[in-house]
Design a protein around this ligand. Structure first.
Ligand SMILES: [Zn+2]
Ligand SMILES: [Zn+2]
Length: 394
């Protein structure tokens, strides 16, 4: 893509409504064009790629990020279909991304232009009781930007664009070893790591991960990195499970219902698991997860879910007499992503098997189709907004 760039730091920035004080904070070496290419959802169930989207103006506490790698996930489907209550249309999606800081707003010295950063999606207000506990993903001022809250790619514009405005609270410096594509997993790895930590996994304990998607694949590797004993992956579709080979699971089991519970317990020597982590997001999977734990075990329900999904068919004595700890796990708080990035940098977690496709931002329609239809075993489809190119598939 060729866009005429306007030098920042000089006099004018057509279409970019910055005050002169704000402009002074931009470095003169950085060129930012007035408009950019971005994926736009003008209304629910419709998307387009536009080349005339204004680059957003910088405010205090924010950085403008040149987006290098962005992946899409099932939550983007919910956002597009208008099921996500906090999203207002028109909307720029994209919440799994990494890039380079292009410019910073007033009073920002935590990052500077040229820094490589990964983005975490939840930005809390920092003043409500939940935020003060560190649980900014549970912020009581959700969806209120005037309070300082932002959910990037959900309630505010995201990273399926050449540039994204990101509060610096959500930026994590990328370890030098990480590629842009690996950096795009900043939020994903935080979610997986936090879920396993919710389960209070101790070295040597057995772990069952339910749901052979991207999060399940990360959870297996996190459990391994944390010193788990036997690790089992449970799914329903053999072809999807096959993609989980080589990630550290001792067994990959494709089964449904009671049969699934029996097969997993068989592979654990007839016992339940010390820790079960569910990343499938269905009532079936949640029910299995509870039935798969040993007495006194821990169950983490972390799959993306939505209102209206009910859990039935669980014998309460399984929970009460089974003395189970059952945790819901939403996203990732407390900067967990930063530790997760170290696991990727150290090679303890390999995200490359999850990156199944690459596309240029201009080809978003093809990328979307590939992801939604799960073509060629698609798990994570990577787009490269700033370069305008598609890297070759691995
Ligand atoms: Zn996502
Ligand atoms: Zn808050």
């Amino acid at each position: 893509m060729t866009t005429e760039a306007t030098t920042v730091g000089g006099a004018q920035l057509p279409g970019w409504p910055l005050s002169s004080a704000e402009q002074a904070h931009l470095t003169s070496s950085v060129a930012v064009p007035p408009t950019m290419r971005a994926v736009v959802y003008p209304e629910p169930n419709r998307f387009e790629v536009r080349d005339d989207v204004p680059v957003p103006p910088l405010g205090p506490g924010e950085a403008l990020v040149r987006v290098m790698s962005t992946t899409i996930c099932a939550t983007d489907q919910k956002i597009l279909s208008g099921q996500f209550p906090g999203t207002r249309f028109p909307h720029i999606p994209g919440h799994e991304f990494a890039g380079e800081v292009a410019a910073v707003g007033p009073a920002v010295d935590e990052v500077q232009p040229g820094d490589r950063v990964g983005v975490e999606v939840h930005v809390g207000c920092g003043r409500c009781p939940r935020c003060l506990e560190g649980f900014y993903q549970l912020c009581e001022n959700y969806g209120r930007p005037e309070k300082g809250h932002a959910h990037i790619g959900f309630t505010v514009p995201g990273g399926l664009a050449e540039y994204a405005l990101v509060p610096i609270k959500a930026l994590h410096p990328l370890p030098a070893e990480l590629t842009w594509d690996q950096g795009a997993f900043t939020d994903n790895i935080g979610i997986a790591l936090y879920a396993v930590e919710r389960g209070q996994l101790r070295p040597g304990e057995s772990v069952v991960v339910v749901g052979p998607g991207a999060f399940g694949a990360l959870a297996i590797q996190v459990a391994r990195a944390m010193g788990a004993g036997r690790v089992i992956m449970l799914g329903t579709r053999p072809e999807r499970l096959a993609r989980m080979a080589g990630l550290g699971a001792d067994a990959l089991i494709a089964a449904r219902g009671k049969e699934a519970v029996e097969q997993v317990k068989d592979s654990l020597g007839g016992k339940g698991a010390d820790v079960v982590v569910e990343f499938a997001g269905t009532a079936d999977a949640a029910r299995q997860a509870i039935q798969l734990a040993r007495r006194g075990g821990r169950v983490v329900l972390a799959g993306a879910t939505g209102p209206g999904r009910e859990l039935s068919g669980v014998d309460l004595s399984t929970i009460v007499r089974g003395h189970l700890d059952i945790y819901g796990s939403l996203a990732n708080p407390k900067g967990v992503s930063r530790r997760g990035l170290e696991l990727i940098a150290r090679g303890a977690v390999d995200v490359s098997p999850l990156i199944t496709h690459h596309f240029a931002l201009a080809d978003f329609a093809a990328a979307w189709d590939t992801f939604v239809q799960r073509r060629d075993g698609a798990i994570r489809v990577m787009l490269h907004p700033y370069t305008g190119m598609a890297a070759t598939p691995r």
